[in-house]
Design a protein around this ligand. Structure first.
Ligand code: IPM
Ligand code: MG
Length: 363
């Protein structure tokens, strides 16, 4: 952050991404502009970079070294979804996914995924807005995903190794406990609680994850600890979501359970995330690029808008961040913004973002 004309200036790298990415990012930028105008005192300087499947198709790489360097030098990166199902590497995995180059590459080890029941959304859960309000902290640099691009085998068999390290687990567990300290506990009872999700009844790597979690937990006597197996957690997130505050888990478990969580609160189109490390972070929706509806003004921009709100908070602009969260809440509550049962906003992407931008201005 630098100060010019008495204004705080934040340098933010921007990757629009593939599929619905550009539409979502356009919506989020309209809201960002409204928040800047409303709150004042800061300016976001954007630097657009190319990255993802489109670039890979043309150049054989999903991000240039120079762009990666720009990301490293920026205060944060705002990113749309990347990847396209038909753009694949020779090993069959998606080439446009930037997870390898950004998550592992930048060592942003905590993937922070808030799951919050907002007003006015269709949810199978018979709960009131705010009754679901937990954060999944997904380990972001190892676990099963460490094997990215490194699977071994032949035409008869293929293996990916799930690696859990002490350092990797200690730091993500600490992140989860520190986050719990900043929050006000689970909606059901107001108790600050971190739930360790694993499969320690079957796999040694997960048993190790649990052991290291327990060790770190001793440093946090003020935070309640809980353990759940991944399968039991899937059920509990549907049947008693209000009892959760912060959950921490291995990479792949976090991938699956965060989509499950999204499915209980109106769909992943409403779910933002932060990829955070020590002194570095980037922000994106938790979902993919949905090429089937790309360019049709149908996608839900809320995930991208809330990812921008998370970025503002990270940049030290807590007031602007809260203004965006409140605006989303209010737009949904008043019906200015309606999300259909299919997860898509009535009136389209642009209209939805405009409704939120207007609600920011009206705050
Ligand atoms: C996510 C996404 C990515 C992942 C995909 C797009 C590679 O599903 O961020 O959850 O699996 O991590
Ligand atoms: Mg996912």
């Amino acid at each position: 952050m630098a100060r010019a004309d008495g204004q705080r200036t934040h340098r933010v790298a921007l990757i629009e991404g593939d599929g619905i990415g550009p539409e979502l990012v356009a919506g989020a930028l309209a809201v960002l502009e409204a928040a800047q105008a409303r709150v004042g005192g800061f300016r976001v300087e954007l630097e657009r970079l190319e990255g993802g499947a489109g670039l890979y198709r043309r150049e054989g790489r999903n991000l240039s070294e120079q762009s990666l360097q720009t990301v490293r030098e920026s205060d944060a990166l705002l990113k749309g979804p990347t990847g396209l199902p038909d753009v694949r590497r020779p090993d069959g995995t998606e080439a446009g996914s930037l997870g390898g180059v950004l998550r592992t590459g930048l060592d942003v080890y905590a993937n922070v995924r808030p799951v919050k029941l907002l007003p006015g959304v269709e949810s199978a859960l018979k709960l009131r807005p705010g009754d679901v309000d937990y954060v999944i902290v997904r380990e972001n640099t190892e676990g099963l995903y460490l094997s990215r691009g490194k699977g071994v085998g032949n035409e008869q068999a293929m293996a990916d190794t799930l690696m859990v390290t002490r350092t990797g687990t200690e730091r993500v567990a600490r992140f989860a406990f520190d986050l719990a300290r900043k929050r006000s506990g689970a909606p059901s009872d107001g108790v600050r609680r971190v739930t360790c999700v694993d499969k320690s009844n079957v796999l040694a790597s997960y048993a190790f994850f649990r052991r290291v979690f327990d060790e770190v937990g001793e440093e946090y006597p003020d935070v309640e600890k809980q353990h759940l197996y991944g399968d039991a957690a899937a059920q509990a997130l549907v049947m008693r979501p209000s009892t959760f505050d912060v959950l921490v888990m291995e990479n792949f478990l976090g991938d699956v359970l965060s989509d499950l969580g999204g499915g209980t609160v109106g769909g992943i189109g409403l779910c933002p995330s932060a990829n955070a490390g020590d002194g570095r972070a980037y922000f994106e929706p938790i979902h993919g690029s949905a090429p089937d509806i790309a360019g049709q003004d149908r996608a839900n921009p809320i995930s991208q808008i809330l990812a921008t709100a998370m970025m503002l908070d990270y940049l030290g602009e807590a007031e602007a961040s809260e203004a965006v969260w409140r605006a989303v809440w209010r737009a949904l509550e008043t019906g200015a913004l309606r999300i259909g049962a299919n997860g898509q906003p009535d009136g389209g992407t642009r209209r939805a973002a405009q409704a939120v931008a207007e609600a920011v201005g009206a705050a």
